[in-house]
Design a protein around this ligand. Structure first.
Ligand code: PRP
Length: 211
């Protein structure tokens, strides 16, 4: 049995991912009681897995370079980075969407001025407005994007909406939904060949529990 290294996204997706691996029989004890450790050795009769917990964009980097064989990461991150690996499964958890949102009265088609759009996801926003053939100015923001239209930095935002609470509590409305997002499993291209049996088995089992 070859060891598999899996990079998990810290935060919102973490619990979902751990539950999925638990339900296929992975010994996730170290992951459930993690302290400040960075690598979690999860071994039993059926699996020999080392998990790492990293930020979403780093999951793709670890997988791309082969430091992790597998990664669990949101589609939002994959859409923004477009890296070199296989996207093998939609895990159907961590469901949310990309939306264009603004204060009431906003209309992307109204007026002649080029609209300012704040976002943490400039590639997603660029592609969305390119398809619509609307020329906008994109302003990259690192977090709390909802603040931008409120204080006059931008006319609207392209951001993730999960429950809609952040928008609601800040008086913003969805102008248009862009696309749905959920957690994905990605696999390093070389690992798919060199650890075919172990990774194939894992993909089969995970796809059965999420079905
Ligand atoms: C995300 C997103 C929204 C919020 C949406 O931010 O950018 O701000 O969650 O969730 P809701 O619809 O359930 O309110 P996150 O909390 O990840 O942090 P950030 O604002 O620092 O990016």
């Amino acid at each position: 049995m070859k060891k598999i290294k899996i990079a998990l996204t810290k935060g919102r997706l973490e619990k979902h991912a751990i539950n999925i691996f638990k339900s296929i029989g992975v010994n996730v004890k170290e992951l459930e009681d993690k302290g400040r450790k960075l690598v979690f050795h999860c071994k039993n009769e059926d699996y020999d897995i080392d998990f790492f917990l990293v930020k979403a964009p780093d999951v793709t980097t670890y997988v791309e370079y082969g430091a992790a064989d597998i990664g669990i990461v949101g589609k939002d991150t994959l859409m923004e980075k477009n890296k070199q690996f296989y996207e093998v499964l939609d895990l159907k958890v961590g469901k949310c969407k990309f939306s264009l949102a603004a204060l009431p009265g906003f209309d992307i088609n109204k007026g002649y001025n080029r609209k300012k759009i704040a976002t943490k996801y400039p590639e997603v926003a660029r592609e969305y407005f390119r398809k619509k053939e609307i020329d906008v100015e994109l302003i990259k923001i690192e977090g709390s994007v909802e603040l931008a239209p409120i204080v006059g930095l931008a006319d609207a935002i392209v951001d993730i909406v999960e429950t809609g609470t952040t928008l609601r509590e800040n008086g913003l409305l969805i102008f248009e939904d862009i696309c749905d997002i959920s957690a994905r499993m990605i696999v390093n291209k070389a690992s798919m060949k060199t650890k075919r049996e172990e990774i194939g088995d894992l993909i089969d089992k995970v796809s059965r529990v999420i079905a």
